[in-house]
Design a binder for this molecule. Sequence first.
Ligand code: TXA
Ligand code: MG
Length: 337
Amino acid sequence: METKIFQSDQINQAAALLRQGELVAFPTETVYGLGANALLPESVKQVFTVKGRPSDNPLIVHVADFSMTAEFVESYHPLTEKIVKHFWPGPLTLIFKIKEGSLNPVVTGGLSTAAFRMPDNKKTLSLIEKTDAPLVGPSANTSGRPSPTTALHVYHDLKGKIAGILDDGATQIGVESTVLDLSGEVPTILRPGAVTQEALEEILGIEVPLDKHLVKESETPKAPGMKYKHYSPDTPVLMINSDDWEKALIWAEANDKKVGLLVTPKIADKYSSADRFVFADETVEAATRGLFSGLRALDEAKKVDIIFAEVFPEDHLGLAYMNRLKKAAAQNYFSEM
Ligand code: TXA
Ligand code: MG
């Protein structure tokens, strides 16, 4: 199958394909999603096949506005209105209890809850409206690869397997949305993202806990997708604490390992000899935007034996950055190897 790249004046064509049951990848502010009409179970099944995704991992239902959720949701948490007012459209996925039978089990993994999100991307909101149905949308990568932040990343992983990609350049945030469980009494963060724990607590005026597995590694995550080893390039990744750069590079040289750096400009200037992907500036926002893109670039160049990545404090957006980096690095830090 030919995979067409659609520009913004071709949203009608992309929507027509989705209505016919084809798969079309779409841009969001976080990462690109692999779109299928959420009301066509056969199309949704294709999403799992194309990605190589485990079928017990439920999908996010992307809507064009909050009112689109009403058809499916059984009961809303009392804080829903406040949350939606502040954070939608945006990088926040909400889990609600759903009406029995309102969504096919292939979407929900057979759970009595489902995930909903209104992405902050005008083209994709228009695509959903023109399709006249909500769209499921896992990240549009082959399962286990870093999530795609450009149309080209999607093309690299899925060309020939999907009907099209709606192109809107590079995504602004770079990692997937925060997943907030609103199906119980206490709103709980199942996956950290750009809507941070601190921001939620400030707006809601209550403590918003993290799911147990985000605090203690031995616990089982509540979001099924969080249990899989994700985001990993083929090249091994090591996280480097700020005091360890010198030692780590000496170790690499002694062991004849060619190193690729995934770092802020400051570190890149200091160790100028290695292959590198340099974030746009020193901020955690820039690092988060560049994380998956950098992992892909260093991996695909096939020039390095190991990737050394910079760490950030695990608060605010740093919690999301480190959550994804730790998975890519299989939790491994450099420590006097
Ligand atoms: O930013 C994003 O969220 C991107 C863009 C494309 O919107 N999408 C995305 O989808 O990251 P995906 O499928 O890769 O991640 C969905 C996450 C998974 O960890 C899944 O297990 C969890 O949400 N999830 C979905 N439904 C759930 C439910 N009913 N209960 C708990 N977790 C759920
Ligand atoms: Mg994903």
